[in-house]
Design a protein around this ligand. Structure first.
Ligand code: FE2
Length: 216
């Protein structure tokens, strides 16, 4: 390195330092804002769980809270936006020690999606970034033959940023979600409990099985 280069770096040092400090400041501000918005959502869900004996009303309140949370895009740090090499990312943001509900960030690469599945608990999904397709199904058989399940396709909705929807067992919970676009999508999910496995369904074969899932 020549003398002129050294002088230039020394002259530029205050600017570089200022840029670094500003970058750190804005990152911290982003994290603080994210935490505040998420904290507010978590408090609203806790209050709803404490207030509501009617689960249907509870889910409607969590849906309202999710719409409020995502009224403007939620900034998430990279550690909450992990995605595996295959499939979609399941990032745990919060698990409540008292009520057991969880808040997660799902990251959907282009063409990424779920099989047809249920949850076994109520759940609310809100789109934070991009667009997701959601297809809902009803179960048409009695559920008395192990491994068999006859489904009827109810319809598909396209959910854009800020949109929220819920699943509510036992009759409104079988669905699949996928990203049909060429851009990454991110959604925020609140579930009544941690989900470690769920039922998966094959529409054409009329069969069902079980799938274990883990956090990314
Ligand atoms: Fe789901």
């Amino acid at each position: 390195m020549g003398a002129i280069d050294s002088v230039w770096i020394l002259m530029d040092l205050p600017n570089m330092l200022a840029e670094s400090i500003m970058s750190i400041f804005f990152t911290l501000l982003l994290v603080m804002l994210m935490e505040e918005e998420l904290r507010d959502h978590i408090e609203r869900v806790k209050n709803a769980l404490s207030d509501c004996s009617d689960e249907r009303y509870l889910v409607e309140r969590v849906t309202e809270s999710t719409v409020s949370l995502l009224s403007k895009p939620l900034a998430l740090p990279p550690e909450n936006l992990k995605v595996p090499n295959e499939g979609y990312g399941r990032n745990l943001l919060y698990q409540d020690p008292d009520h057991g509900f969880v808040v997660m960030a799902m990251v959907w690469p282009p063409e990424g999606g779920t099989p047809i599945h249920d949850h076994g608990t109520w759940g609310v999904v809100g789109v934070n970034q991009g667009t997701l397709e959601v297809t809902n199904y009803s179960r048409e058989d009695e559920g008395n033959v192990p491994g068999r399940a006859m489904l009827n396709t109810l319809g598909t909705i396209s959910a854009g940023e800020g949109a929220a929807a819920f699943v509510f067992p036992p009759d409104e919970e079988i669905h699949k979600v996928w990203n049909a676009t060429t851009e990454r999508a991110v959604s925020i999910h609140t579930y009544g409990e941690a989900i470690n496995n769920y039922n998966i369904f094959n529409l054409d074969k009329g069969t069902m099985g079980n799938l274990e899932v883990s956090y990314t």
